[in-house]
Design a protein around this ligand. Sequence first.
Ligand code: FCB
Length: 476
Amino acid sequence: MTAPASAPAPTSPAPAPAAEPVAGLPADFRWGVATSSYQIEGAVAEDGRTPSIWDTFCRVPGAVAGGDNGDTACDHYHRMPQDVELIASLGVDTYRFSLAWPRIQPGGRGKPDPRGIAFYDRLTDELLERGITPWVTLYHWDLPQELEDAGGWPERDTAYRFADYAEIAHAALGDRVRHWTTLNEPWCSAMLGYEQGVHAPGRRDFGDAMRAVHHLLLGHGLAARRLRAAADAPRELGITLNLGTSTPATDSEADREAARRADGLGARIYLDPLVHGRYPQDVLDDLSARGVTLPVEDGDLETISTPLDVLGVNFYSGHVFSGVAEDGSTTGEDGLPVTRIIPQGRPRTAMDWEIVPERLTELLLRLEKDYGLPTVITENGAAFDDTVSADGAVHDADRTAYLAEHIRAVAAARAAGADVRGYFAWSLMDNFEWAYGYAKRFGLVHVDYATQRRTVKDSGLWYRDTIRLTRQATAG
Ligand code: FCB
């Protein structure tokens, strides 16, 4: 996400709300917590795992805050059974985690490594023994380095490599894992990784980023087809997008155009081909004005629009856009039309993201109207500067308030007709927050990285109680 240039409004944490049943959610509403492989596993050189683009990127001086890396992270690879106990203690019914491609298929091509698969086999069984549904994401950004060396996502071949890997992973786990997400947030892979250079692999080329968009979507579609055709085809198959809202600051043409452009490259360039089988014409026109053509071949859009059961939505904030710079110009130094985020004057998280829960309701209703797919919130949560108190607890009232407001926003969207079926908190525990390293804590569980001690925060206890009370209220 791009942070606005102006000074943030002061954060004023609301007092922690007490846990109470959330009205308007059905008895079968899915409650979960989410993580991803590189952010928690560590053990990067064990059991045949080869480097991913994040292992490489973390070694680039200045790329990650504090020079941090995922070598150890939360040491989840070695502490998995205890971590599953922790998940169970929160009372959730679903755990969303991702598979490390370079663990399952080292180097990104050829034969799988049975040792990598064995880890996810055990994790799946541990979850099922405790009645927790495993919800697998195939790709949460840890591309095998060899595939980046061969060109990465801007290369068409990477899409085919992804489909092969998806088939391998599904063949290993599909008898027990029935919920599959192909990609997590292709916008971040393409734009942060290949345009802005702030995520792995750290490249900065708009054309490459756009080629990456198409090949990520193609990889998704190819993988979706293979999973659909397999024995034990998924019960729920989807993709997860990071979505917000794009509101024009005023009714002026410049501001409306800025919001249209932001929505085009942030949302519609993914949603339209996935659901409607075509790229939005206004976005194609904007791209061609920048000399970029998407590398679409015959049949690609049919593949990309393979029907989905569910759309995963990661929501953190929503934005207001202006097409006019502070100095009044409508063209930036790069010669492109200005697309500027305007602060909404709301409290912010430690990521400097504005807290605008009503935008989540707005987003879910818009998705219902324009795309009509069932949705699950596959990520929502907040980083705050937590501290462990003298009493040994983490009194994170601000996170509890954030979660409460956003869960209510989900219920409000349901009441207004959006088919939203679940909510997964990001994240189970504090972890490696990409370019921010370990400095940003999103967990319901605090991690002391020196000792790997886990402490359930007040927000985690609140989440547990909220789930229990809501289930009780809807039972029978
Ligand atoms: C999302 C990522 C997730 C985490 C949260 C804070 O963009 O999917 O891994 O970093 O943001």
